[in-house]
Design a protein around this ligand. Structure first.
Ligand code: SAM
Length: 165
């Protein structure tokens, strides 16, 4: 659920082979346009594969993604989903990580009585249930007016490593 996140360009520039999954063709096109990359586009099973500049975006449904990956970055994915969809999402995301693989997850926390999602607040107990072994690495307050207006919000970064064997 990569959207047109600039994180993909940053990761590619730092030597990672990046695969994003995104359902919106508009976001796929916007990513490559904004980075001035002429992308190749081809059908790839249930996906349209956009490729260029070290970044692949599979345009389609995240739940159709297979394969194994050494690492995953979820920023704005889990928190885009209502509570009832998060378990299925987390199970699928975990299934895509190879043994020893790492998940970097960014969540948001705010008072749900003050605002409704998305993004939905996902609190530590739920993160630990969805991603056993996840460890909170950092948190920082979000300074934008839309968050201060609802009493504040924190962005929280989690790391989970998949056990080997
Ligand atoms: C809140 S945005 C986050 C985008 C990006 N990760 C970021 O940090 O900017 C969530 C994205 O998930 C995409 N999305 C929603 N459901 C999806 C699905 N089932 N498969 C793939 N992408 C999906 C939406 O189109 C949207 O671009």
């Amino acid at each position: 659920m990569s959207g047109k996140s600039p994180d993909m360009a940053w990761l590619a520039a730092h030597g990672f082979g990046v695969v994003g999954v995104e359902i919106s063709p508009i976001a796929c096109e916007a990513f490559f346009a904004e980075h001035h990359i002429a992308a190749d586009r081809a059908a790839a099973g249930p996906f349209v594969r956009w490729q260029g500049g070290g970044v692949t975006i599979l345009q389609g449904d995240f739940f159709d993604l297979g394969g194994k990956y050494a690492a995953a970055l979820d920023r704005g994915g889990l928190v885009a989903l209502p509570c009832q969809d998060r378990y299925r999402y987390a199970q699928h995301l975990r299934s895509l990580l190879e043994p020893g693989g790492v998940l970097l997850l960014v969540t948001i926390e705010y008072d749900p009585a003050r605002r409704s999602g998305p993004p939905f607040p996902v609190f530590p107990d739920e993160v630990r249930q969805l991603f056993p072994g996840a460890v909170e690495r950092s948190r920082h307050p979000l300074g934008r007016a839309r968050w201060t207006a609802v009493g504040g919000a924190d962005a929280v970064v989690w790391v989970m490593r998949v056990r080997r064997g």
